[in-house]
Design a protein. Structure first.
Length: 188
């Protein structure tokens, strides 16, 4: 009887070792494949999104405006000397869509001067300045954008107290084709 138990125990131990080895082989193979797939996607296929600031023309586009000061980090604080104002928009696109000269990190090439989305380019988004997207400490400049400091209450945008009219939103298109909403009175 003792010999049968030893044989059964040995068979069970062999089966457990085999299952344990099999589990670890499958586990390490899965980890290796995951690491390889990520390496391939990032370093070889360059299939990931890059968010970059690029040149913007305030004459034709709603641009972010950032003051550049004469400091080490170029961020302006009260009393710093203003050097220039930088106008930019943000572009999010796949890394493989950037010109090879720009992908290496050197933006000195003439190809890197304007990294805007090309017509028909898939997975490319340009973000222009608006009230929802403007970062703190920056302003929006461009067609259809009214600087905050120049905004004054307009009599047409204020509720007419005498007639009791209410304010309604009406869409208005600016020169870039984007729709903004403004407040208007109903006229009797």
């Amino acid at each position: 009887m003792k010999g049968i138990r030893d044989t059964n125990t040995m068979e069970t131990e062999k089966q457990e070792k085999f299952q344990s080895r099999w589990f670890f082989w499958v586990f390490f193979l899965a980890v290796f494949l995951s690491v390889f797939a990520t390496f391939y996607r990032v370093f070889i296929a360059k299939n990931y999104l890059v968010d970059i600031e690029t040149a913007c023309s305030p004459e034709t586009e709603a641009c972010f405006a950032r003051d550049i000061c004469d400091t080490e980090d170029q961020i302006c604080a009260e009393g710093d000397t203003l050097i220039e104002t930088s106008y930019y928009k943000t572009v999010e696109r796949k890394a493989f869509a950037f010109p090879e000269a720009c992908a290496s990190g050197s933006l000195d090439s003439p190809l890197c001067a304007d990294l805007s989305c090309r017509s028909g380019e898939v997975d490319c988004t340009e973000t222009f300045c608006s009230d929802e997207t403007v970062p703190e400490g920056e302003t929006c400049v461009g067609p259809g954008v009214v600087p905050e400091e120049s905004m004054t209450p307009d009599e047409s945008a204020v509720e007419d107290e005498e007639s009791g009219d209410t304010m309604n939103e009406a869409p208005m298109e600016d020169s870039s084709g984007k729709s903004d909403s403004i407040q208007m009175n109903e006229m009797n």
